[in-house]
Design a protein around this ligand. Sequence first.
Ligand SMILES: Cc1cc2nc3c(=O)[nH]c(=O)nc-3n(C[C@H](O)[C@H](O)[C@H](O)COP(=O)(O)OP(=O)(O)OC[C@H]3O[C@@H](n4cnc5c(N)ncnc54)[C@H](O)[C@@H]3O)c2cc1C
Length: 489
Amino acid sequence: MEKLVACVIGSGIGGLASALRLAARGYSVTVLEKSGEPGGKVAQYNEAGYRFDMGPSLFTLPYLVDELFGLFGRRRADYLKVITLPMTGNYFFSDGLNLKAWSNKEQFLNEVEKTGVNRGKMERYLAKQSFLYEHAADVFLFKSIHKLSTYTSAAGRKGMKALHRMDAFTSMHQRNVKSFGDSRLVQLFDRYATYNGSDPYRAPATLNMIAHLEHNTGAYFPEDGLFGIITAIKRLADEVGVRFYFNTEVTGLVTKGCRVTGVKTRDSVYPADLVVNNTDITLFYRDIMPNARMYRKLMKRERSSSALIFYWGVRTTSALDVHNILFSADYKAEFEGLFKTKELADDLTVYIFISKKAVAADAPDGCENWFVMVNAPENVGQDWEEEVLKARRIVLQKIKSALDFSIEPLIESERVITPQDIECRTGSVNGALYGHSSNSRLSAFKRHPNFSRQYKNLFFTGGSVHPGGGIPLCLASARIVDGLIGAGK
Ligand SMILES: Cc1cc2nc3c(=O)[nH]c(=O)nc-3n(C[C@H](O)[C@H](O)[C@H](O)COP(=O)(O)OP(=O)(O)OC[C@H]3O[C@@H](n4cnc5c(N)ncnc54)[C@H](O)[C@@H]3O)c2cc1C
């Protein structure tokens, strides 16, 4: 019998995972990708002996990647080696405190005592986040929240029973203040809002469960860097017969009644029995399936924050770890800048990611590859040349004051990207890293569903649709699409 044909538009992590899941279901799968290589926001570059992951640097829930290999009876470890990081974050606070968030719980609790906060408080907090995740994830992250059947399933019933304990009526920040009192621990746990580009002063405290992923389940790192995930998945996809067409921009859909029958590019039509879109959902309604009402509606919603990143090849061997955070003295002002005034604040939290600390080949001997990032507002036409100069000045000063040395004379290669560059390179609206923000209780429900209400065989995956951005959630969205297709919905 002829195989049914599936087309996937875009080869971001969500598109690649969907392609594999469709191949495992027996579809003949074609992936159409506008750029010259797979991965979308997960990208890398090499220069003068340095390798840089350009996008994501944090990796949790590796079992979601393992699952993709399991679909074909393969072992992820044969394609991608992943290590557990001993430290999830090396935190430097503006008052001089250095707190190491060890993956080992006992070691972390000992470290927390430096702040004067009793370890029991931290244990209770982490247990609460574990409870939230256990009760919320199956229903709100791994199922379509836009289908009634989700709420009548076992996971749905479990989630609904715990609804009153989901902490949705207070903000992450308020809950953290109540939990710790100590402003440094509050800042450390408020930071998890940035893992999906949100504002801890507004996002519901339910999102504090993000901390559960690092502190209770672990932080991981692929031995070839984050881009290694893409290389491994692409290799598997090639082996199982997924066909890729790069430099191939999708420009429209061919439809008949309530079905999509093909995908259009500038010079061809690819016939399809089923289509999964992995491009930014807002632009999908502008460029691929024009729908002015949907486009306007999605444009109006608040988007996640973006980033301004310096990639520095530096001639030094620092005492830093893989993930290092130099906090600003005024976190609130930073988030006001990110979401209200859309300007960089005068003091910034600086994230320094050094993959060389886990992957020896990522920089020459005696050197390190510093990915230095500050959260930045979405691109609304700011003067990015000015903002880069301002950020660079603040970052260099912060490194000097927090780490007590000057990095500037040691920089031997430099590249910078702004929200505007992220927008151009990855096709995300205004350079938002994670689609729409999660700054309100209803954000999760307002995210676009993983299926089309108009066309029965059109589905959506990736960071701009349910359940949201970040590698684990994009993989979850592919799993949801798979479940919907399997259930014939
Ligand atoms: C700087 C940065 C840091 C980040 N840090 C982290 C992190 O530490 N941890 C984490 O988990 N996540 C992080 N993220 C977020 C994470 O990278 C994204 O949520 C995720 O990679 C998005 O995947 P996606 O499936 O939505 O596809 P995308 O990566 O958005 O890819 C979509 C693909 O569609 C293609 N495309 C667009 N239009 C068309 C068209 N018309 N035709 C064909 N193809 C098209 C694009 O070229 C692209 O390849 C970060 C992102 C960035 C940019």
